[in-house]
Design a protein around this ligand. Structure first.
Ligand SMILES: Cc1cc2nc3c(=O)[nH]c(=O)nc-3n(C[C@H](O)[C@H](O)[C@H](O)COP(=O)(O)OP(=O)(O)OC[C@H]3O[C@@H](n4cnc5c(N)ncnc54)[C@H](O)[C@@H]3O)c2cc1C
Length: 499
């Protein structure tokens, strides 16, 4: 039986971060992945030779001294990741279909504020008030800065109030409220359910800068693979834990795998969905309150996605990597409700990809969707789904294309659909509990599963622990790493590469 210091379950960006942190701190680490390959949501895929990303398209924090810049520095992989910043002046457009209004949102906090003030001259104090509150939250959240990561964290008033309530206190303007809630698509939770603090933590970086990365998610995976090898982290794919054994003094001694292999480890960190963790923990060690808490977590929104490429002969000089959100109306709460049956929000990600000497202009369309929409086919498998499911995909794809052509009529004869994916595709491809994009729904007054679990040498990290997005997922591992590595050593490790 092989023995490790630490076992990390799940090789998405949080699992790879966790395994690398532990490896860099001199520990013998095993990274276990259920799929045949590592990377989870940030894996890229190729169709007809064209690259598309699954779950990483853009991020904040890549500017010098931004939080992701710092995270990559600590992990010594910053030089392997090449940011591609979107155009600062109009990185993100929002179009409201029923009102026919379009807003171009830049980045750089002062630029965003000024643009909003141009659009809403009567709302200057609401705009100032909103950005002041966002700044207050971020300045008072130690985990928003690696240099203060382990200072005392206290709950803020903004952790206890919803985004919706704060916005209602600032303005009655529905368009401004919708724009200030627009990044809800990056965490998949209704404004009346997410706390203002978590909304701020998710958006602040995106107000500062927006960037993709050359070669998308695969450049992260390559960088991690190189470093994990340097630190002799072992990786086993097609494996998951089916049981725990040798439990003494509330510590698991042996981990039984789906292949029948047994391994031993001093610690095990799960970076997978909390409800999947619950399946592995032996019932007799769990309190009723713990089981109820985990069972009550709801799902964030997922997406129905269309992957397409522009095939025009002529070079389209207007085509830039950018984001374009299309909302049917201003009521974001309704739009992010699983029971809503109207036209959903649609986010278009335009990207210029250079691969094998060729330049491709891709358009990836994400329309919000929930498990409820595909529940009828929940027991079917990829490649064996019934005709009704294919009809559903065809009809949703056609509707999405028509919505794209309304905004970009010039694409009607040049946009070629390469593929599509439903919430079920995401569920099965990513071994993800419910196909949601961002793990559990982050709600006001909710205590996520983070850090120590009921067995003392088991821990939870990952997007559902702290916050979603690659930054939230990586930060969750950085925080949990402190519980495993000696504190002095960990502080030195964190500060070594930060200037
Ligand atoms: C469509 C979409 C678009 C997105 N766009 C962006 C974006 O542009 N920017 C951004 O920052 N974020 C984006 N996100 C969110 C981001 O991808 C996630 O928040 C982040 O990648 C989650 O990382 P993770 O490691 O916590 O989880 P995951 O990436 O889900 O990784 C979990 C891993 O665990 C494995 N696994 C599951 N169960 C087991 C088991 N029992 N045993 C072993 N392994 C197991 C899975 O196969 C997977 O590899 C997007 C997500 C989606 C779905």
């Amino acid at each position: 039986m092989k023995k490790y210091d630490d076992i990390v379950v799940g090789s998405g960006i949080s699992g790879m971060t966790m395994a690398l942190i532990l490896g860099m701190n001199g520990r013998r680490v095993l990274l276990l992945e259920k799929s045949p390959h590592i990377g989870g949501s940030i894996a890229r895929f190729y169709k007809k030779g064209i690259p598309f990303d699954t779950g990483f398209h853009f991020t904040g924090g890549l500017q010098k001294d931004g939080i992701l810049y710092d995270l990559l520095s600590v992990l010594e992989i910053r030089d392997l990741i090449q940011p591609v910043f979107l155009s600062p002046d109009n990185a993100h457009s929002f179009f409201f279909e029923s009102e026919g209004r379009r807003y171009e949102v830049p980045y750089g906090i002062e630029n965003v504020k000024n643009r909003f003030k141009d659009y809403f001259p009567g709302e200057v104090s609401a705009i100032e008030g909103y950005f002041e509150k966002v700044r207050h939250v971020c300045d008072n959240t130690p985990s928003m800065n690696l240099r203060t990561l382990f200072s005392q964290h206290r709950l803020l008033d903004e952790d206890l109030i919803s985004l919706e309530d704060v916005l209602n206190g600032l303005t009655q303007n529905p368009a401004l409220k919708a724009l200030l809630s627009g990044f809800a698509m990056c965490y998949g939770v209704r404004p009346d359910e997410i706390s203002f603090a978590n909304h701020s933590r998710m958006c602040h970086g995106l107000y500062q800068s927006v960037a993709g990365v050359r070669n998308g998610g695969s450049s992260f995976i390559k960088a991690f693979e190189t470093k994990l090898k340097d630190y002799e982290v072992e990786i086993l794919c097609n494996r998951h834990i089916t049981g725990l054994a040798d439990i003494r003094d509330k510590k698991a001694g042996r981990f039984i795998l789906n292949t029948g292999e047994e391994i031993s480890g001093d610690n095990c960190v799960f970076t997978i969905h909390p409800k999947e963790i619950l399946k592995v923990l032996p019932e007799r060690y769990l309190s009723r309150a713990f089981v109820d808490r985990v069972s009550s977590f709801e799902s964030s929104a997922g997406f129905f996605s269309v992957f397409a490429v522009l095939n025009s002969e002529n070079e389209d000089t207007d085509f830039e990597s950018s984001l374009f959100s299309i909302f049917p109306h201003y009521d974001i709460n309704r739009l992010l409700d699983p029971a809503y049956t109207g036209t959903p929000p649609l986010v278009l990600i335009k990207s210029i990809e250079r691969t094998e000497g060729k330049t491709c202009r891709t358009v990836t369309a994400f329309e919000t969707s929930f498990f409820e929409h595909v529940k009828a086919w929940k027991d079917s498998e990829t490649g064996k789904r019934p005709q009704a499911y294919h009809d559903y995909k065809k009809s949703r794809t056609e509707n999405i294309l028509e919505r794209i052509f309304t905004v970009f009529p010039e694409y009607r004869n040049t946009l070629e659909v390469i593929g599509s994916a439903s919430v079920l595709t995401f569920r099965d491809f990513l071994n993800n509990y419910d196909g949601s994009a961002y793990g559990i729904k982050q709600k006001v007054n909710q205590f996520n599963l983070k850090g120590k679990l009921p067995l003392r040498n088991l821990y939870a990290a990952g997007q559902s622990s702290l916050l979603p997005g690659i930054i939230g997922a990586m930060m969750s591992s950085l925080i949990v790493g402190r519980s495993i590595v000696d504190a002095d050593r960990y502080n030195k490790f964190l500060l070594k590469n930060l200037r």
